[in-house]
Ligand binder design. Structure first.
Ligand code: BES
Ligand code: MN
Ligand code: ZN
Length: 505
């Protein structure tokens, strides 16, 4: 890229502009002639809105379905080009299966449509949802799914896909529109998390992360940035220690949406803007290439606060984000060093690559000390061990709080960001005994559980859950909800859970 002032100002303008966005309108009748028409079919059952089509169209759908062995299985698509009796040049029938669908399953159907149409030129898409069970929720979640999957990150290369215009037709259009607006707030949070995670570590470092967070003050979020001097005053030696190898100084950012008078719920996110491993450098394999995403936990909790603030949700939620770049240099942390955390516990650093738990130790303590939260959830790309155990489909859930386990697991089921519980057991904690300090930062067995036991040392007697999202933050293939790249994983889960907390009262 050239560095002329002109090119730079163009770039700045491009960054300020939202990427071409899909538009959705909910209506009781089609307004514009669609170039693509979408219908839904129950498995071996009803084809909804069929009565609005000509007999010749219906006959063609029947023949095509038979030829393609389309039964309406969940997620199955039937595409008919140049359909009889319609102006539209393409007709798509989407299978709904034969069971009630979760929100995430409906989103995934929207994602399938977005994928199908992605490479097609600019289009007017008409979606006929009359008669679909729970039509308003269905329509809103379907639109949400289309939008989640249509996200493109265009900072380093312009997107080639054109924004599409969708009209969703159903009787309950007004309600669908309201539901969709709430989901668009969640989406804004997801997209913020994705944008921040997709940015390279050269562009996204503690200082620039803090600037992004400050942008939320427009929404009524209280944003606080602690710089190195502030961290020193609070003796946050673990965060300072991890960050001291980098030219980019560590920070701690707090973003507080106080939408209710309840005690706050604290969300603590790991914000390593690049994880080289430090002197225990990531020398083998390709995992180092993906380590710009090691701040995904922090991006997720910040995105969740954005989602709550945009909806003016009646929840009191505070995101605490310790931020540091884990680098190798003359000034960097050395293997064997001892750090003293804000809480006063000393930690022997047996591996500089186990840095996430170190900064979280200070983040968790800070959340407790300054916010007295009723509950804490931390979100972190914490261990390779989690990826080996659960892959990229499940998030590792660690908690001794039965209610949090149940509620978070349920929220994960609903939105399709599934959680799987892994053990927090004293035996893993025993591995963290050090001869020279209160504890050391690595053990020798089950890495994800040992890391969780380390964090548990810093949560006091708080109600607490730890989400290990390692591997979930980036997708190299795309998944049900996201194209290739950052997923924003966890924003939908936490938004759903928080909203549920509020409505349970
Ligand atoms: N950021 C990594 C964990 C990670 C690995 C995230 C792969 C996403 C994908 C973390 O800081 C780390 O390096 N963990 C080490 C800990 C070990 C040294 C005890 C690991 O899991 O290998
Ligand atoms: Mn590491
Ligand atoms: Zn890391």
């Amino acid at each position: 890229m050239t560095k002329s002032p002109f090119a730079l100002s163009l770039l700045a303008a491009a960054l300020a502009m939202p990427a071409a966005a899909e538009t959705f309108h909910f209506d009781t009748q089609l307004k514009d002639d669609p170039t693509t028409l979408v219908l839904f079919q129950q498995q071996d059952g009803e084809l909804y809105s069929q009565n609005t089509l000509a007999q010749s169209t219906n006959n063609q759908i029947l023949r095509a379905a038979e030829a393609a062995q389309f039964t309406g299985k969940q997620g199955q698509l039937l595409e008919i080009l140049a359909p009889n009796g319609l102006k539209a040049s393409r007709l798509v029938v989407i299978g709904l299966g034969d069971d009630a669908l979760t929100e995430g399953e409906i989103n995934a159907l929207g994602g399938k449509l977005a994928d199908k149409l992605a490479a097609k030129p600019q289009q007017q898409v008409g979606i006929l949802a009359q008669g679909v069970p729970n039509g308003a929720d269905f329509a809103a979640q379907f639109a949400h799914g289309v939008e989640l999957k249509s996200y493109r990150y265009a900072r380093y290369k312009p997107s080639t896909s054109e924004a599409k215009h969708y009209q969703v037709i159903l009787d309950n259009a007004e309600v669908a529109n309201q539901r969709h607006q709430a989901l668009q707030a969640v989406e804004a949070g997801v997209f913020m998390a994705r944008d921040m995670t997709n940015a390279t570590a050269g562009d996204m470092y503690p200082g620039s992360f803090a600037e992004e967070a400050k942008g939320l003050s427009e929404l009524g979020v209280k944003v606080k940035v602690l710089d190195r001097a502030d961290l020193e005053k609070l003796n946050m030696g673990a965060l300072i220690g991890v960050g001291k190898g980098s030219e980019r100084e560590p920070k701690l950012v707090v973003a507080h949406w106080q939408g209710s008078e309840d005690a706050p719920i604290a969300l603590v996110g790991k914000g390593i803007t690049f994880d080289s491993g430090g002197y225990n450098i990531k020398a083998t394999g390709t995992s180092i290439v993906h380590m710009k995403s090691d701040m995904a936990g922090a991006a997720t909790v910040l995105g969740t606060v954005k989602a709550m603030a945009m909806q003016k949700a009646p929840v009191n939620v505070v995101a605490v984000m310790p931020l540091a770049e884990n680098m190798v240099s003359e000034r960097a942390l050395r293997p064997g060093d001892v750090l003293v955390t804000g809480e006063g516990k000393s930690v022997e650093v047996t591996n500089t690559d186990a840095e996430g738990r170190l900064i979280l130790a200070d983040g968790l303590w800070y959340a407790r000390e300054f916010y007295q939260p009723q509950m804490i959830i931390d979100v972190a790309t914490l261990t390779g061990s989690k990826v080996r155990a659960l892959g990229r489909e499940f998030t590792g859930l660690f908690s001794d709080d039965a209610t949090m386990v149940t509620e978070l697991t349920y929220a994960g089921e609903r939105v399709g960001e599934k959680l799987w519980r892994l053990p927090l057991a004293p035996a893993f904690g025993d591995e963290l005994k050090s001869d020279i300090a209160d504890l050391k930062n690595t053990g020798k067995s089950a890495g994800a559980s040992v890391a969780a036991m380390f964090l548990k040392e810093f949560v006091g007697d708080s109600r607490w859950a730890h989400l290990d999202i390692a591997g979930d933050a980036l997708t190299s293939t795309g998944n049900d909800f996201a194209p290739k790249g950052a997923t924003g994983h966890g924003v939908r889960l936490l938004s759903y859970w928080l909203t549920d907390q509020a409505s349970a009262k």
